[in-house]
Every structure is written in C-alpha cells, then in structure tokens.
Design a binder for this molecule. Sequence first.
Ligand SMILES: Cc1cc2nc3c(=O)[nH]c(=O)nc-3n(C[C@H](O)[C@H](O)[C@H](O)COP(=O)(O)OP(=O)(O)OC[C@H]3O[C@@H](n4cnc5c(N)ncnc54)[C@H](O)[C@@H]3O)c2cc1C
Length: 295
Amino acid sequence: MKPPPFEYLAPRSLDEAVAALAEHGDEAKAMAGGQSLVPLLAFRLARPSVIVDLNGVGGLDGARLEGDTLELGALARQRDVERLPGLRQRCPMVVEAIEQIGHVAIRNRGTVGGSLAHADPAAEWTALALALDAECDLVGPSGARTVAAREFLVSTFMTALEPDELLTGLRLRVPNGRTGSCFTELARRHGDFALAGVGALLTLDEGGAVAEARIALIGVAETAVRSPSAERCLVGHPPTAEVVAEAAAAVADDLDPNSDIHASADYRRHVSGVLLRRALETAAARARGGTDGAA
Ligand SMILES: Cc1cc2nc3c(=O)[nH]c(=O)nc-3n(C[C@H](O)[C@H](O)[C@H](O)COP(=O)(O)OP(=O)(O)OC[C@H]3O[C@@H](n4cnc5c(N)ncnc54)[C@H](O)[C@@H]3O)c2cc1C
C-alpha cells in the first residue's frame, strides 16, 4: 500500500524543526531513519498530514565514548555506534545488542533516537538505555529538558515526548574497572524482533563480589524493564553458578509478558531466565578478565 498524502518539510536547523512540530501539533510526525515510520505510513497505521524530516538538521549525529560516558546524538545511525572504535572492548553488550537489530541495511539508516522514540517493547536500544542509566535530552518550544530513560519509556510505543518535542541525544553510563557485560536474545529468525532479550552488566569489587548489577530485559512487558529482584540476588555475592541460578529464577517476578502468535507469556518468562543465566555467566567471566572480555 502507498502512504496517504502528506506535506513534506525539511528543516535545516533544530529551531526550524521544533517550530514546524509546534505549528502542526498532533498532525505532524518527525522522521529520522524512516525504518519504523515509513512502514507505519505504508500500512496506514499512522496518517500524519505533515512529515518533518530531521535528516537535514546538523549536529545531531555524533557518537563518542568519553570517560565513563557514551554520548550519542539522536540522529546517530545504529551502524555507526556498532562500529564505534573501542566500544566492543569497553562495553560488549552495546555492540552485541545493536548487532541483533534487523539487518545491516536497516541499521545503516535507523537512528538511536528513532528507536527510542518509537519505543517498541522489544527494541534493543530500550534495554541499553535502561541498563546504562541513560539520560535523554529533549527539546520543544518551551525549551530543553533532560529525562532519565526509566521515565522516558512510558509504555508500548509511548514515551515522555510531547508531540512538539524532539529527542536530541542521550548519554549512557559505561562503567570502567572490573566490569563485564553481555546482551543476548531469542528471535525466531536473525533480524526479527526478539521474543525476549536480556542485557546484563556486572561490576566486581576487589574481593570478586558483585558491587553493582544492572539487568534490563525486552519483549517481556509493556516496555523494557530492569529486574531489581535479580539484581538484589547478585549484589554482595561472588557470581557463582548458584548465585547466577538464583538471579535467573528471580527475574520472573519482575516480568509481565503478553501472549501473542509468536510465544506464550509462560514461554517468554521461561526464556528470560535462561537468557539471563547465559548473559550473567558471560558478563561474570568478562568482569573477571577485566573490561576486554569481548571477542
Ligand atoms: C525489517 C525491519 C526489522 C527491524 N528489526 C528491528 C529489531 O530487531 N530491533 C529493533 O529495535 N528495531 C528493529 N527495526 C526498527 C529499526 O531499528 C528502526 O530504525 C528504529 O526503530 C526507528 O529508527 P528510525 O531512525 O528509522 O526512526 P523513524 O522510523 O524515522 O521514526 C520512528 C518514530 O520515532 C519518531 N522519531 C524519530 N526520531 C525522533 C526524534 N529525534 N525525536 C522525536 N521523535 C522521533 C518518529 O516520529 C516516529 O514516530 C526493524 C525495522 C525493519 C524495517
């Protein structure tokens, strides 16, 4: 099917883009990579009368790892982050998660900000944003504000963005030291959205016990979720097989999956425990070996 007719605006600055959204309100939609929006238009699941193309707005496509911070512009292409020098060594879960997003052609166009703003509950970026305590920068007609990822992600396809606001970028906290991380997921075919996915990051203290655990899951609730129950099982203990098994069993307490044609809620819950165990085993091995645990 072809999209319904729309007016196409191509602002050259952030101010122009915000002004266009403010002028047209609910009738307008921003477009970044178009990898989610264009299919929605083609299926007529979205019918904006104005498209505000962000691709001509400069300065929003940066991606850099500086100190403990991964700083990303909203228009950074997923593929550019995947190939950011040093990122796989420093925080393998980020690269492992991005590699599972669709296919290379989709990641070449798809943006970090577009994925978060779309807020699919199975989107890998939503897990990364939660696990890495991302701060999201938003701008609208009344100015700029910063929102933590856990507040930005409201529900399925719902975020804290107002219709006339844009996400301009985000900062993710990438710890250094005795840290290991891993992202793993289960999808029917490579490139499909995950039935369930887990990102886990462990920081060990001098004695080898878990000082900090951050676990985020996708595909198992209305939006990506952290698992405080599993994190509590880990903190203060060395990540032995028993402790990891306990955390993997506890994760189900924090999930509220749906049943659909792809998988039942029970199956998603079960798979989450299995994936978490695998992710924790890898993250723990990487943490013990220093930060450079990735292949
Ligand atoms: C075949 C296929 C498979 C895919 N598989 C996966 C997958 O496995 N995992 C996954 O996570 N994704 C997957 N995707 C989606 C892909 O990652 C998209 O690129 C991403 O979800 C949206 O990014 P985009 O830049 O293309 O945004 P767009 O499609 O341009 O926009 C998406 C939504 O975000 C809004 N938006 C975009 N940018 C901003 C901004 N800066 N501020 C405010 N609002 C904004 C738009 O108005 C729109 O509502 C797949 C897509 C396809 C076509």
